[in-house]
Structure formats: structure tokens, C-alpha cells
Design a protein around this ligand. Structure first.
Ligand code: FES
Length: 372
């Protein structure tokens, strides 16, 4: 963690004031707080000052203190506490904040810092030659599951390797930072397991306890359709058909309907489990003999080692094969893998097309990031 002090006098401008648009915004923001609580606007105002000038100057701190009728030292405390506030001029295109706290450090943050040192400047907060980039080490940014990670302005980039960070820095330096999708840079949805879910991937069978409504319904004789209203003091649910008129329902029949519902859901789950498409199905994509050179299908987001082995078992070895799958074939594979639509969501065909056409370089061109 670096010591957070205001920039030396030579960097400090003579004064600060919000431009016309920000002045209107600041007044509206202050009015959002209840009478006597206007000082709560200190963080938004400092942040807006930073967005206007690129960093928080001493003059801006004095301006905010006066605007909110706060002692200067109180605003200075806020500005120097949060690493979101930059206290000296930073790179105009990117300021890389590398998390150096334990989880990120254990997962390679030191190598990311080495990249910053070699590509930007040996020392934190120093600008590169063109003044477009700077970096610093910060404490935990709350994305430890996806360590190591960096922040650039308000976005985080996670699960990074040194090569990926080099790529990100180059894109920002070229003014094309928006090409990089924030968040995990590997096959991971937010902070879910890398490579796809590993638990709760099968339909869940409802738990049936002895004497539960579901168990009672199952143990009861074959249902007989009747529209009669059961006595209010009925000890057990009656065995009406589920479509009994809702107007005639009593709490007892509601219970029974809920139990039926559970049973139906369970049956559906059983059916879903048994509905793995047949290997003889006409929509099964054509397989090939294992070629001498197989493609690394794991480069496709959504394919891990296990799925790759399953695909190989189906005779799928090349990106080109996947790139030509028609809708029915995609649905067959999706059902076979029990993926619940993931092949479409991850757009395997588009990924495979890019990889078949030009490998990693083409993938980066199409998706703005490296394949996993
Ligand atoms: S330790 Fe790096 S984000 Fe938490």
C-alpha cells in the first residue's frame, strides 16, 4: 500500500471550480441529502472533481470543503483514505491499479506488477513517456475469487495472466480500451467456477419425507375425480384430481395440489434425465476419425477437459466441425451434454469459426480478448 499524500506544489493548479454542467449537478446532488446532512455529498463531489480534472487537486479539496461547510482536514481525510481518489496526475488513457493483497499475490500479482514496471514505468504513479499510462499497487478490490485482478478507472479486469495484462495495457494506450470486456478474462461467469459449473448440474429430485404431503399422495389409492368439497376437519388430504375447480378448494385441497405439483415436477425431472438424445438420432453431428492433429477444443469458452473428452468421444476434434453445426445439431449436443442452452449462450459456432479461420489472433480480433 502506497503512502497517500497530496501531489507536490509544482503539480497543484492555482484554483478549482466546477464547470457549468458539474456545478448544476453538484447543487442537485447536495439537495438529495436531508437538512443538516449535506456533508454526506463529500464523496460524490470529490469523485466529480476527479472526473473533471483527471485527479483530485488540493484546490478541489478546498473547494469541496467550502461548498459543504466542512473543515478542510475532514475532506482531506476522505480524499487520502480511498484509493479511488487520485492525488496526483495519472495516465490520461489508463491508470492501472494492481491488487497486491494476499489472494491476488498468491495468484500472480507480482508478475502483473512486473508488466506494469516494464510497460509503463519502474515506479508507481510515474507516467510513461507519452503521459498516457500510470500504475499503482492497491489493496483488495473485492474480487479475490477471480484473482489476480486490476482496476482501470471504474472497471475491473480479472483472472489475468501477464500476457493478458500486456494486451489490455496496449489496447488502452491505443485509445481502444473499450474493446476489452471488463470482468473475468477466462471462461467464467462472474465469480462462478472456472470452466463451468461443477455442482448442481443435474436436475434436483425433490426430497420426500415420510408423512409429507407428497408421500401421502403417493401412498394414497388411485385418484378419483370428484368435485365434492372435503369436510373442513378432514384429517388427510383428499385425492381429487389436480384440476378440481379452484373455487371449491379448501386448505386441504391446496396442500394436496401443492403435493401433486411437487410430484409432477419430480416426474418431469425424471423425464428430463431420461431424455438424453439418442446416439442414433439423425441430428447428431457427424463425427470423424481422430486426425493426426486435433484442435484444442478447450479454447472455446464453455469447454473444459471433461467436455472436450466427451466431444472427442463423439468424433468431434476440429473447430471446423463445430463451426458448421446447424441449429438441430447444436440442440442435440446441448441436450447430450445437458447444457440447458449454454452452447447458444456462449456461441460456440462463432467462437469455433474464429478459431478455425485464424486461431488465437482471429479470436482476439472478433471477441477482443484471448481465448481461454
Ligand atoms: S485480494 Fe485481490 S481482489 Fe481481493
Amino acid at each position: 500500500m502506497s503512502v497517500r499524500r497530496l501531489a507536490e506544489e509544482q503539480f497543484q493548479p492555482a484554483g478549482f471550480s466546477f464547470n457549468a454542467e458539474n456545478a448544476v449537478w453538484a447543487d442537485a446532488t447536495i439537495r438529495k441529502y436531508p437538512e443538516g446532512r449535506q456533508q454526506s455529498a463529500v464523496i460524490p463531489l470529490l469523485m466529480r472533481a476527479q472526473e473533471q480534472d483527471g485527479w483530485v487537486t488540493k484546490a478541489a479539496i478546498e473547494f469541496v470543503a467550502e461548498k459543504l461547510d466542512m473543515p478542510y482536514i475532514r475532506v482531506l481525510e476522505v480524499a487520502t483514505f480511498y484509493t479511488q481518489f487520485q492525488l496526483r496526475p495519472i495516465g490520461t488513457r489508463a491508470h492501472i491499479q494492481v491488487c497486491g493483497t494476499t489472494p491476488c499475490m498468491l495468484r500472480g500479482a507480482e508478475d502483473l506488477i512486473k508488466v506494469c514496471k516494464s510497460k509503463i514505468h519502474h515506479d508507481p504513479f510515474e507516467l510513461n513517456e507519452s503521459g498516457t499510462l500510470s500504475w499503482e499497487e492497491v489493496e483488495c478490490q473485492g474480487a479475490c475469487v477471480n484473482a489476480p485482478m486490476i482496476m482501470i478507472f471504474k472497471d475491473s479486469y480479472e483472472d489475468l495472466t501477464p500476457t493478458q495484462l500486456e494486451h489490455i495495457i496496449d489496447r488502452f494506450d491505443a485509445g481502444k480500451g473499450s474493446d476489452i470486456k471488463p470482468g473475468p478474462q477466462i471462461d467464467r461467469v462472474f465469480s462462478a467456477a472456472a470452466g463451468g459449473p461443477t455442482a448442481l448440474i443435474e436436475p434436483i429430485e425433490p426430497i420426500r419425507f415420510q408423512d409429507s404431503p407428497a408421500a401421502q399422495v403417493e401412498a394414497a389409492p388411485a385418484p378419483a375425480v370428484t368435485a365434492s368439497v372435503p369436510p373442513a376437519n378432514a384429517a388427510k388430504p383428499v385425492t381429487d384430481a389436480p384440476e378440481t375447480d379452484a373455487k371449491l378448494k379448501t386448505p386441504a385441497t391446496d396442500k394436496k395440489a401443492a403435493a401433486e405439483n411437487i410430484k409432477v415436477k419430480g416426474d418431469n425431472a425424471d423425464t428430463a434425465r431420461s431424455e438424453k438424445p439418442s446416439l442414433e438420432d439423425k441430428n447428431r453431428p457427424a463425427g470423424i476419425e481422430k486426425p493426426d492433429a486435433v484442435d484444442d477444443l478447450k479454447m472455446i469458452s464453455g469447454v473444459g477437459p471433461k467436455i472436450e473428452a466427451t466431444l472427442n468421444g463423439l468424433g468431434i476434434y476440429k473447430f471446423e466441425q463445430i463451426s458448421k453445426w446447424k441449429k438441430a445439431e447444436r440442440e442435440w449436443v446441448d441436450g447430450y451434454l445437458k447444457f440447458s442452452g449454454r452452447i447458444e449462450r456462449d456461441d460456440w459456432v462463432k467462437q469455433a469459426k474464429a478459431l478455425a479461420k485464424g486461431g488465437e489472433a482471429e479470436y482476439i480480433k472478433v471477441f477482443g480478448k484471448k481465448p481461454r
